[in-house]
Design a protein around this ligand. Structure first.
Ligand code: PEP
Length: 251
């Protein structure tokens, strides 16, 4: 089996401005720079992306964007294209559940965004996850498998892909999935990748996201199909996020 380096990604969502984003990035760099054996990514809001990217250039922390337009350029007021991002970010989050739920993004939209991101040289962090009603109805596995397969329609850049399984009911609630649930569903995601591209299945990183913190990351990383975490709330505190990264590096 391919050795997969764990990756910890912080999604700052609609938090921080340029100054506070720089302060947070400096704090995370200071607190986690010495941690090895773990890839580190922060995803600031667009307004802070250039400044944070400049600050972290050449450091141990890489930068990602939180969203990208599915269109290449043109009359799309308020949108940000993949080529605009390509000098500022190495990664881009696509299909986060907040975008799917609040901005009606479909898996078709996610597939289009993923394609445009890859053609501009960005690496997608593709999010999938079920709502509570779907889990309670016993359909989590089938739902997530279908969501991931549809979001990967036409995809071929397997070396660039990171998948994040994020159950909607665990995001921002303080109630993380159990390690068993997280393992079961990341394994479902890996099964989809195996079906689409058998050779890539052992090398694509699959993350868990949903109320991850410095106290639960080590146990999550012990699971065979969990290769890191996508972190919201805990990535906004430099000390806590640094502790989480350090814990992941030594897990
Ligand atoms: C997220 O928004 O991707 C997330 C996982 O948030 P939190 O860590 O706050 O649950």
């Amino acid at each position: 089996m391919a050795l997969r380096t764990p990756v910890i990604t912080g999604n700052w969502k609609m938090n921080t401005d340029i100054e506070s984003g720089l302060e947070l990035a400096r704090g995370i760099l200071e607190g986690s720079d010495a941690a090895s054996g773990v890839e580190k990514i922060v995803c600031p809001p667009f307004v802070a992306l250039a400044a944070v990217s400049e600050l972290l250039r050449g450091s141990s922390i890489q930068v990602g964007a939180q969203n990208v337009s599915a269109n290449e350029n043109g009359a799309f007021t308020g949108e940000i294209s993949a080529t605009m991002l390509s000098g500022l970010a190495a990664y881009v989050i696509v299909g986060h559940s907040e975008r799917r739920a609040l901005y009606s993004e479909t898996s078709g939209d996610v597939a289009a965004k993923t394609a445009v991101a890859v053609s501009a040289g960005l690496k997608p962090i593709l999010c999938v996850g079920e709502a509570l009603e779907i889990r309670q109805a016993g359909n989590a596995g089938a739902f997530v498998a279908d969501q991931l397969e549809s979001s990967l329609a036409g995809y071929s850049a397997w070396d660039s892909l990171i998948v994040a399984y994020e159950p909607v009911w665990a995001i921002g609630t303080g109630e993380a999935a159990t390690t068993e649930q997280a393992q079961e569903m990341t394994s479902v995601c890996r099964g989809v990748i195996r079906k689409l591209a058998a050779d890539a299945a052992d090398s694509v990183r699959v993350l868990y996201g949903g109320s991850v913190n410095s106290g639960n990351i080590a146990e999550l990383l012990e699971q065979p199909d969990i290769d890191g975490a996508l972190v919201g709330g805990a990535s906004l505190k430099a000390d806590e996020f640094s502790k989480l990264i350090v814990a992941a590096g030594s897990a």
